[in-house]
Design a binder for this molecule. Sequence first.
Ligand code: KPL
Length: 310
Amino acid sequence: MSEAAVFVLGAGSLGLLYASKLAKAGRPVTLLVKPNQAQALSLGVSLKASDASLPKRVFVRLISQPYADLSIERLIIATKAGQVLSALEPWKPHLSADAQILMLQNGLGSQAQVADQLLPTQTLLAASVTEGAYKETSTCVVHAARGETLLGRWSGPDQQAEKTWESRLTIAGLQARVVDAIRPVLWHKLAVNAVINPLTGLHRVANGALASREFQPQVQALCGELQQVFKRLGIPEPEGGLLGRVEQVIYATAQNFSSMYQDLQAGRQTEIDFITGSLLKAAKPLKLELAHHQQLYEQVKQAERHSPSV
Ligand code: KPL
């Protein structure tokens, strides 16, 4: 039996990376794009293994408008967290009754929004992604640093879905691993993003700058507040502790400019509501005051307001 085609919603860096890797491995892939993206991408997606390598052109099928008998059985949602619902809207009626949907978003909040919209027969998986990728042009993606896709079931009945996505991604050359419980893993990633992203975005520095003495007190205070929330919610800390994990990511991604830095720089809306916003929402009923995170949240919101195109 031939394997179902994979549909990828979102032509950002992760969307192009996953689509081109799957297509290169021989999987039928369809990118669901906005009408204004279709023309450029009709010449294919260029995938670069690193900054210095030559791009490989990969052709993927493109659809910018749903048609009557379109049926989507396997979908990767690769948009920013804040765009998931509006991007999914036109395609939702075309999800098959047993569709498997894999979400790659940072933070928490968008997964529950999508789960609320699905039929009980459709299965939703969430992933925490550490792949380093950026777009060099609107059609060229650079796979700058190899990472991992940790995935697990968020909702729905298909107990085989995690394993099949794991092997699908592994065959495509992406490191993927099923975890028993995806929610703590998403919280760990949220914690890392809640420390690194607002600080680097507001101060316009690369991730590695946070290792300097100047930022140490803030990094520690933010981790301390996160620890209180984890404790009260019963979320185990990652191996090596929360501060240890944040420091490890700061060192491992020292040269990177965080996604929030890039969003603020480009005048785009950030994912602050799904990162720090979700953290503050979780802390409220626990009556925990997270003064440092609250302050960063307000500062990023203000920076967004002052960005010309947000
Ligand atoms: O996930 C990231 C992001 O920028 O959103 C980190 C891990 C901070 C790497 O830059």
